[in-house]
Design a protein around this ligand. Structure first.
Ligand SMILES: Cc1ncc(COP(=O)(O)O)c(C=O)c1O
Length: 363
C-alpha cells in the first residue's frame, strides 16, 4: 500500500459541490480582491475564534510579520520564540529588524513556560508562542508571565485552528492571533492565505492599512504598507470550509485516537496530549532514536513521512549572523533529530490508518 503524508484532493472531494458553487459565485461576481466574500469570511472567522476583529492577508508569514510591525516592535527589541518552531515565525521577527530570543520547548513541543522568565531582558518586547502541530501552549502560565512583565503576546496559530486551552480558542489569548491558511493546514485554502485576529480596534485598523499599501483611502498613504490582500476566491472557499472545520478536526481526532490506541512499539515515542486542552492534530509527530532509519523503513513500505523540522531556526544557514552554535538549545536540537510526522489527513481511509499502525508496530 502507498500512503502519502497528506492527500489534499480527498478533503476537497468531501465537500466538492460546495467548493465548486463558492468558486463559481466569485468568478461570476466580477469582484476579486478585498470584497464582500473577504468581509463575510473575516466576520465568520473572528466569531469562530472568539475575537472582535479579523484581518485577512496573503499568508501566515504576512500575518505574523504585519502583527509584529503593527505592535511597533522593531530594531533593538527582542521577541521570545520557541526554539523548535518553523522558520516563518522567526522570519516575521527579523523582517522587522527585531531579535529573536529562543526558548526551549516542553514535552508537548510548545514553548516551555517554565523557561520564559530566564530569557526576559530589558529589551524584551513580546512573547510569540507557537501552538505547534495543533496543540496549545500552556497559556495560563504564558499569559500570567506576559502580564507580569508588561510584554505583548502574539500567537502563531498556523497549525492550531480550532485548538483550545482551558476552553479558550488559540488565537484569543494574546494581542493578536496569526493564522496561515496554506493548503495543508487544518483550515487550508486553495492557494496562499492568512489572517490576524484581535480584540484591539486600533490594531485591526492599522493591520487593514498595512495590508493595503498603508492606506485607508485609496492613494492617500498613511503608513509604509505592503500588498498583502486576501482575494475573494480564497475567502469564499475558506468560508465554505470553515463551516466544516469542526467535523474535519473530529475526523483527525479519530485517526489520532486509532494511532495512539494501536501503536505499541517501544522504539517509537508517541505524542503527549496536554490536559485541559484539545489537540487538533495538524501533525501526528512521533520520536525515534534512529529517526532516519525509521523514516527509510516506512518509505520502503510505501509510507511517506516528513520531518517537521530537520534544522532548528537558530542553526539555519540564514541565521548564522545571530551567532548561535550547536548545543545552545539541546532540547530543540534533539527534537530536530528525532521527530517524524506520520500520515494524517482528512479523507484517510480506515485500511490506510490500520496499515500505518501495523507497519509502525513491525518496525
Ligand atoms: C508554525 C508556522 N508559522 C508560520 C507559517 C507560515 O505560514 P504561510 O506558509 O502561510 O506563510 C507556517 C506554515 O507554513 C507554520 O507552520
Amino acid at each position: 500500500m502507498k500512503i502519502d503524508l497528506a492527500v489534499l484532493g480527498r478533503q476537497f472531494e468531501l465537500h466538492q459541490a460546495e467548493y465548486e458553487a463558492a468558486a463559481l459565485r466569485v468568478l461570476r461576481s466580477g469582484w476579486y480582491v478585498l470584497g464582500p466574500e473577504v468581509e463575510a469570511f473575516e466576520h465568520a472567522f473572528a466569531a469562530y475564534v472568539g475575537r472582535k476583529y479579523c484581518v485577512g492577508v496573503n499568508s501566515g508569514l504576512d500575518a505574523l510579520t504585519l502583527a509584529v510591525r503593527a505592535l511597533g516592535i522593531g530594531a533593538g527589541d527582542e521577541v521570545l520564540v520557541p526554539a523548535n518552531t518553523y522558520i516563518a515565525t522567526v522570519l516575521a521577527i527579523t523582517a522587522n529588524g527585531a531579535t529573536p530570543v529562543f526558548v526551549e520547548p516542553d514535552a508537548y513541543f510548545t514553548m516551555d513556560a517554565a523557561k520564559i522568565e530566564e530569557a526576559i531582558t530589558p529589551r524584551t518586547k513580546a512573547i510569540m508562542v507557537v501552538h505547534l502541530y495543533g496543540q496549545a501552549t500552556k497559556m495560563d502560565d504564558v499569559c500570567r508571565i506576559a502580564k507580569a512583565h508588561g510584554l505583548h503576546l502574539l500567537e502563531d496559530c498556523a497549525q492550531s485552528h480550532g485548538a483550545r486551552f482551558g476552553g479558550t480558542m488559540t488565537g484569543a489569548f494574546g494581542d493578536a492571533g496569526c493564522f496561515s491558511f496554506y493548503p495543508t493546514k487544518n483550515l487550508g485554502a486553495f492557494g496562499d492565505a492568512g489572517a490576524i485576529v484581535t480584540d484591539d480596534e486600533e490594531l485591526a485598523r492599522t493591520l487593514r492599512m498595512l495590508r493595503n499599501y498603508g492606506s485607508e483611502k485609496k492613494y492617500y498613504n498613511k503608513l509604509v504598507g505592503v500588498n498583502s490582500r486576501l482575494d475573494e476566491l480564497q475567502a469564499a472557499l475558506l468560508h465554505t470550509k470553515l463551516g466544516h472545520l469542526d467535523e474535519l478536526i473530529a475526523e483527525r481526532e479519530r485517526i489520532a485516537a486509532a494511532y495512539l490506541d494501536g501503536m505499541h512499539n517501544p522504539a517509537v515515542k508517541l505524542p503527549k496530549t496536554r490536559a485541559n486542552a484539545n489537540h487538533v492534530w495538524h501533525q501526528f509527530v512521533v520520536q525515534t532514536e534512529d529517526r532516519d532509519g525509521f523514516q527509510q523503513y516506512l518509505a520502503d513500505h510505501g509510507i511517506k513521512t516528513v520531518i517537521h523540522y530537520p534544522i532548528p531556526p537558530h542553526l539555519a544557514e540564514c541565521y548564522e549572523s545571530l551567532g548561535h552554535k550547536e548545543g545552545d538549545y539541546p532540547i530543540a536540537e534533539k527534537m530536530a533529530k528525532t521527530v517524524l510526522s506520520l500520515p494524517m489527513f482528512n479523507g484517510m481511509r480506515e485500511e490506510e490508518v490500520q496499515y500505518v499502525i501495523e507497519t509502525v508496530n513491525r518496525y
